[in-house]
Design a protein around this ligand. Sequence first.
Ligand code: HEM
Length: 349
Amino acid sequence: MIWTIILLIQAGLLYFVLTHRKRHKTDPPLDKGVIPWLGHALEFGKDAFKFLGRMKIKHGDIFTVRVAGRYVTVLLDPFAYDTVLNDKNCLDFSQYAATLMDRIFQLQLPHHMQNKSKTIMKQHFLGMNLSSLNISMGRHLHNLLKAENSMNQKDWKDEGLFNFSYGLLFKAGYLTLFGGEQNNNRWTHQRSIKNTRQEKKLAQCVRQRLCELLSPVGLGGDSGGSDWVQAYRQLLQDEGVDRDSQNKALLMQLWSSQGNAGPAAFWLLTFLLTNPDAMNAVKREFSGISQTSLLNVKTPVFDSVLEETLRLTAAPFITREVVREKAIHMADGQEYLLRKGDRLCLFPS
Ligand code: HEM
């Protein structure tokens, strides 16, 4: 018994020595919280926005907090964001992306594939390829709205703006990037979810069903989907990724390409519908655009509405792993060093 106690004390001391951290002169303000190891995890998890607001008042625009054994530096100074986003050598996104991929999609892809898939994305989402995607997206949006309109004339449907925007953008985005609806996409699910277990089960079923729909068979053979999807699927095959993981990888691409567009459209419409001056300015700008020459059209008014909407409503956590020590210059002239091994979080708000 006495040996067990001695061993436990020694393990505790070793843990303390290994994880104890003191603030250096060049470090951002350090706030470890009162609970050993957990630090601020509970408060952070409960209401991140409130917690960060409290820390900002206490420490300013940069601080390091302990969260479940990890040290997380939170950077709230927007003038320092460009340095962070442009530094791929010291600040890495791929480790965190791999963790998310595994946690959300139970998907592990070869590490070196990330750069290759980004190269493919750049080829297909820029220049002429982007223009043809835009034209296809416009066509799908037009057809979906027209179908909705003719149904409404017979049978008026009342729907919330969020469901409308998300549903419309999702359908149009899906058809543009992932192509055909050859499948019989009938899908029945429980109407009411009574508890978290049922919710988890339903989520698993939906994930499984979506994977089936996104498989080459689900998309109507190997030619299903946009050029980008075909190139991405080819990459997966060339890398020897198994069938199940290929489908999961496509589901991940569906999520990353469609997850934010619907909510962004909702906030954009909300802004325009509640600001008649902005709505009129956008309508004026659009009325001057010729439908026949949609390539290289400049829409500064609409762009600023979109950017302002995202600035006011999106609350993304942009996360990087510090893989090499990095100096951060703040707008107030202060300079801090980010420590290797810490996590960095930007929270534009
Ligand atoms: C208004 C719509 C969108 C918003 C607000 C949005 C927002 C974001 C944000 C905040 C990130 C994290 C960036 C970072 O940590 O550096 C991100 C990443 C990403 N987004 Fe979007 N996104 C949108 C639309 C799209 C679309 C349409 C696509 C694909 C066609 C897409 C594909 C991606 C990908 C692949 C990543 C991961 C980037 C990487 O690995 O470095 N997003 N998005």
